[in-house]
Design a protein around this ligand. Sequence first.
Ligand code: TEU
Ligand code: CA
Length: 560
Amino acid sequence: MIKEKKNWWKESVVYQIYPRSFADSNGDGIGDLNGITEHLDYLKKLGIDVIWLSPVYQSPNDDNGYDISDYRAIMTEFGTMADFDRMLEKAHSLGIKIVMDLVVNHTSDEHAWFLESRKSKDNPYRDYYIWKDGKPDGSAPNNWQSFFSGSAWQYDETAGQYYLHCFTKKQPDLNWENEKVRNEVFDMMTWWCEKGIDGFRMDVISALSKDPAYPDGPVRDGLYGDLTPFVLNGPHIHEYLQEMNEKVLSRYDLMTVGETPGVSPAEAARYANSDGTELNMVFHFEHVNEDSVSTPVLGKWGYDHPDLKKLRVILNKWQIELEGKAWGSLYWDNHDQPRAVSRFGNDAPAYRVRSAKMLGTLLHMMKGTPYIYQGEELGMTNITFTDTSDFRDVEEINAYKQYVVDNHMISAEEMLKCFSAVGRDNARTPMQWDDSENAGFSFGTPWIPVNPNYREINAKAAVSDPDSVFCYYQKLISLRHENPVIVYGEFRPLLEDSDTIYAYERVLDQETLTVACNWTEKEVPCTLFDALSGTELISNYSTHKAGVLQPYEARVILKK
Ligand code: TEU
Ligand code: CA
């Protein structure tokens, strides 16, 4: 019998929209809200239940909307509040819920609060942010490196002090120790809930509570110290989220997912505890950081193709350790990650579709709420950067400056190769709607180059091709809606020593779902299905060979 409490957000499939790159309705080359509204029917056809909307609030776009200057206004480039209301209404009429991106670890430096805060030490808004005097020699208060390269401290002449920014210097961290800040945020959240939204994805929410000592961090790349031990999962984080839950979240029927870098399964069970006193679920990062170990000095840029055995240990650990304790989230990529089929699968023409379907099977048959990033359902791929004019992302721009220009730690060619492998702009090339100019994304000049493979990889072709990744994802989603064992079944690992096959089963009452995926482009021995009775729910091959799994073959058998 089902052990967990049944909830709509446990039974849902979520689709993430990065509005800037989704659909441009007015020809300025930038995606917008009306472009989303015009494509909601496509998402209804895919069968998803919830949209996670990356930030659409007013922003100077230093970090493409993750630097908010007005939480209650729509970004000028994305449209108006009336456009938002129209999109929300149409989504709800189609039975699709809208989850907003809540970015409250920091604001833009153009937010009214920060403009006031920096004016003087006795300004009423001074303590909305984290201001510190420099060291006696005038240098920064400590050696922390920002997530986006360079020092995490910026000296402000007007304010006469340094302020903390864990991300860009245009993203000053809010001071969550200040009750006024917390109440400002809770009031804003309530304002959006009263408009009828259905939840929040909470940006880097594990960073709200900093170590009050602000000590120097361990030096990794010879330049700066690591801030993560002192900003992630800090001393008061659970108090803050329990207060948020009590004052806002518990008063509406919401889905909440925390982006929690640095979280362990035990910590996740606190954030997403089944008592419902904090959040519904969290995103961990272990499986998307596993491949950045080859040259630690470059952090995430030291990429390697993920190793199946390490990946399986991570994902199985999360499945098993959350069982009965907390709900989980499932994702291969998002707006911060490279394209799944390029990173985890094989985007060579001969294997792209097959391996994209295999990845979809592996993830969507697991326990937890699955997230599909725009274009993943098409098997969209990474793009190759050949010139510094090709990329837009501030994380890449700053890394290029730090590692290539300022410190000569890596060549320009090597850095471009790293960006082509794991850069965030891989996920931010325009959604490929059809084979017309600019892939149907815009009748203007797109803000970022379109992937030249849009002529072969686009939604128009996929929707009418029964063998497309799109149609396969449609089926994965409908299987989840039809089979409680996929949502609530207990996860049990299989073939844990295999170098080539990822297999597991899901068990609910007398039903057993058996899943096996060949992670490689080679045919591999596998007898798992030879003696297995039951119904095949889905596979990316129409015929099978006894005793083997074909290249990237995925099979799902249900035994009732
Ligand atoms: O990302 C937070 C975060 O952990 C990032 O450092 C992420 O790990 C990195 O981008 C991967 O290389 C959130 C948002 O998802 C991201 O888009 C924002 O840039 C960031 O917060 C600041 O708001
Ligand atoms: Ca536009």
